[in-house]
Design a protein around this ligand. Structure first.
Ligand code: ADP
Length: 189
């Protein structure tokens, strides 16, 4: 089902009485250019905290020259979430809070790797809370082994011919390597 389908059922049955309560929906936003094992770890853990988790791929105009288009990034994520039926992937531009409200979500999920992430994320969480006081931001600490990992590190490494095995999900490793090779060939011409 498309993540932006507004007619979807946003309730779940609770207990033996079968009383309906609203689905707890979370949104995990980011550029995901491309998805790394650090992102996937956050998706896996957040999917256990919510009835439904929507991974929101941001059309990020400020990040020039992305490796993958937004639709390609979303497709790569979909290739990796096969075992997580309560995870969906959507794309958005504009305000994150609008995307969150549009999907009836109650929280934004963010991953924190280091103190350097903290200041920016604190500012964004406060801003989003200012825009809509009902929406909270939940932070999950990065797994120690992913604490150095970012999409930029993966791209840099692959660009210079280094191995990205173990840094990105194996389902999409070849897609990333192939795209980088294509970009390098274009740059050399
Ligand atoms: P990046 O280019 O740094 O990977 P994204 O915008 O794609 O940036 O990141 C989306 C979200 O995932 C952010 O909340 C970010 O802090 C988090 N994140 C990125 N990399 C990791 C990682 N290795 N471990 C945990 N969280 C991460």
């Amino acid at each position: 089902m498309s993540s932006d389908s507004r007619s979807e059922n946003r309730t779940r049955r609770a207990g033996a009485g079968g009383k309906k309560c609203p689905l707890r929906i979370g949104v995990y936003p980011g550029s995901f250019d491309p998805l790394t094992n650090g992102h996937l770890d956050i998706i896996r853990r957040a999917s256990k905290l919510f009835d439904k988790l929507i991974v929101g791929v941001l059309v990020n105009d400020s990040k020039k020259n992305p490796l993958f288009t937004i639709e390609e990034r979303a497709a790569l994520i979909r290739k990796c979430i096969g075992g997580m039926p309560n995870v969906e992937v959507g794309t958005f531009s504009g305000l994150l809070v609008d995307f969150v409200k549009q999907h009836g979500a109650v929280a934004i999920v963010k991953g924190l790797r280091a103190v350097s992430d903290y200041e920016y994320e604190l500012q964004m969480a406060a801003l989003n809370k200012h825009i809509d006081g009902d929406i909270d931001t939940i932070f999950l600490m990065a797994d120690v082994q992913n604490s150095f990992l970012s999409s930029s590190v993966v791209k840099e490494l692959a660009w210079h011919g280094g191995s990205i095995t173990g840094l990105v999900p194996k389902e999409i490793e070849q897609d990333i390597v192939d795209n980088i090779k294509k970009r390098r060939a274009e740059a050399d011409n």
